[in-house]
Ligand binder design. Structure first.
Ligand code: XMP
Length: 504
């Protein structure tokens, strides 16, 4: 059996980042609700108590079962996790008016958790409450200028006031590695092919001998799900591609070809009229997303009925869930992803989401292992709601056509310039504003196209891509010369946060 470390989720935005860092270090880390019964985690090699937004003095503050400290497992409390440990062992936690936020110099003691760390090392803090009195028996194993108790320890119970999982903590990876290998004594038996095993067993255990349909989009997530489902369910499974009319130029033909190449037998449903009718006169981004999510499900239900299928397999990823609804931690709604928050409550299908705990780059690793062609796993992400969230405001046929042309030229030029693979995601946006220009000797009053290109690891944060001036110039000139009705192009230089990657 694969070794496992349990992360008890107290609602931090970073909880899954801890799991992901541990997987990168060769260990299977599983995020569980903080209230999970102890017997379900007793065979873990160690436990992490995550951060969280609450104060240990809140009326309904969450605490782990105190029995966790009798399991004799190594425990690492991070941020709120440290405060939980401090309070439960008799120390004092207080709210400090000066919130400690950002990079700090941390002085570690000579401890197994901090083996091979620099003195001082940079750590990243984000907390309001702090430990003000050490619990009896605990000792301090690291400090910052503002935090006397930045790291504490009692036997194999450790607490860190900072976040080792974020990259701003420069040697956070070393700290997590020390915790796993020196303190939890793991061997490190998790590798990228373990992902495939997990995804396979998720499909088999959920679907059993029943029939399933799969939401196929042609992107890496649903292609990975399809190849694995095809292998484990065989003819009890049908991947379905819904042509919403919101796809990019040439995309539907490409999807047919890939489906053939991978032997997937994807069924293409022409739902263009249905989607465009449902979106008529709709301008609000959230309304668009809810309508699209609902229409997708209605199409899948209809197809599932024909196939006698009860299950819908989707390539939902972890970031889709954290930004879309609050089923993971107390995160706020950022935008309703079509395949998560926009699913109608009366859905007549059981959802199976084998990739729901993974990040995009992890799924790309799976794709490589199962021999999915490079052009698919290197493809930039494309959102399920398609061009509907890239046309700001109302969606019309004319706007779709202009955007399709502009985006095609943009992406084609990036490929020709050899920079497509060094960009995480690039696309065009139709901005419903007209501006004045001059072509030949004529005045024009034309459309505005926005260009977006970002660098990112997993889509959770992103920086705008720094083009060479001549590359951006070439792209812009091509769009203005070749797309009728466009007389101005702008480049988006916003990072996420505070912006998001898509404009809607
Ligand atoms: P944002 O705009 O939230 O996007 O910064 C992060 C990543 O998610 C993609 N995205 C979606 N993908 N359904 C999807 O399948 C959606 O509803 C959706 N909304 C955003 C976006 O393209 C980016 O890669």
């Amino acid at each position: 059996m694969t070794e496992q470390v349990t992360i008890l989720d107290f609602g931090s935005q970073y909880t899954h980042l801890i799991a992901r860092r541990m997987r990168e270090l060769g260990v299977r880390a599983v995020v569980q609700p903080y209230s999970i019964p102890l017997k379900e985690i007793s065979d873990s090699k160690g436990v992490v108590i995550s951060g969280g937004p609450q104060s240990v003095y809140d009326k309904d503050a969450p605490f782990p079962d105190p029995g966790i400290f009798d399991l004799n497992l190594p425990i690492l409390g991070i941020c709120y996790g440290l405060q939980v440990i401090g309070k439960m062992f008799g120390g004092k936690v207080a709210h400090s008016s000066a919130r400690e936020y950002g990079k700090m110099a941390f002085e570690p003691e000579d401890e197994p958790l901090f083996r091979a760390l620099s003195h001082p090392t940079t750590v990243w803090m984000s907390h309001g409450d702090r430990l003000t009195e050490l619990p009896p028996d605990f000792r301090v194993i690291g400090r910052t200028e503002n935090s006397e108790f930045a790291a504490i320890r009692y036997k194999n119970i450790y607490g860190l006031q900072f976040h080792p999982e974020v990259t701003h903590t420069l040697e956070g990876r070393k700290i997590l590695k020390n915790f796993l290998y020196s303190i939890c004594k793991v061997k490190g038996d998790w590798n990228p092919s373990s992902f495939v095993r997990i995804a396979r067993s998720e499909i088999v255990s959920k679907c059993g001998a029943n029939r399933a349909v799969l939401a196929y989009s042609g992107g890496v997530d649903s292609t990975v799900c399809s190849v694995i489902a095809n292998e484990v369910l065989g003819d009890k499974f049908t991947p379905i591609f819904v042509d919403t009319g919101l796809m990019r130029k040439g995309e539907v033909d490409e999807i047919r070809e890939t489906s053939k190449e991978l032997g997937l037998g994807v069924k293409v449903i022409d739902a263009r009229k249905r989607f465009l009718n449902a979106l008529k006169m709709i301008s609000d981004p959230e309304e668009k997303r809810i309508i699209i999510g609902r229409e997708f499900i209605r199409v899948f239900e209809k197809e599932a009925e024909k196939q006698n299928a009860e299950y819908l397999i989707q390539g939902t990823l972890y970031p889709d869930r954290i930004e879309s609804v609050s089923d993971v931690g107390p995160s706020h709604l950022i935008k309703t992803h079509h395949n998560v928050g926009a699913i109608p409550e009366d859905i007549g299908l059981e959802l199976v989401e084998p990739l729901k705990d993974f990040f995009k780059d992890e799924v790309r690793k799976i794709a490589k292992i199962i021999n999915i062609p490079k052009r698919i796993y290197k493809r930039h992400p494309f959102p399920g709601p398609g061009l509907a969230v890239r046309i700001l405001g109302e969606i019309t046929k004319e706007r779709l056509e202009i955007l399709r042309e502009a985006d095609y030229i943009y992406v084609e030029t990036l490929k020709k310039l050899g920079i497509y693979d060094s960009i995480w995601q690039a696309f065009s946006v139709f901005i419903p504003v007209r501006t004045v220009g001059v072509m030949g000797d004529q005045r024009t009053y034309g459309n505005l196209i926005g260009l977006r290109a970002v660098e990112s690891e997993d889509g959770m944060t992103a920086d705008w891509y720094h083009f060479k001036k001549e590359d951006l110039d070439l792209i812009t000139r091509r769009i203005m010369n070749e797309v009728e009705g466009v007389n101005r192009v702008v480049y988006d230089v916003s990072s996420k946060p505070p912006s998001t990657i898509e404009w809607e």
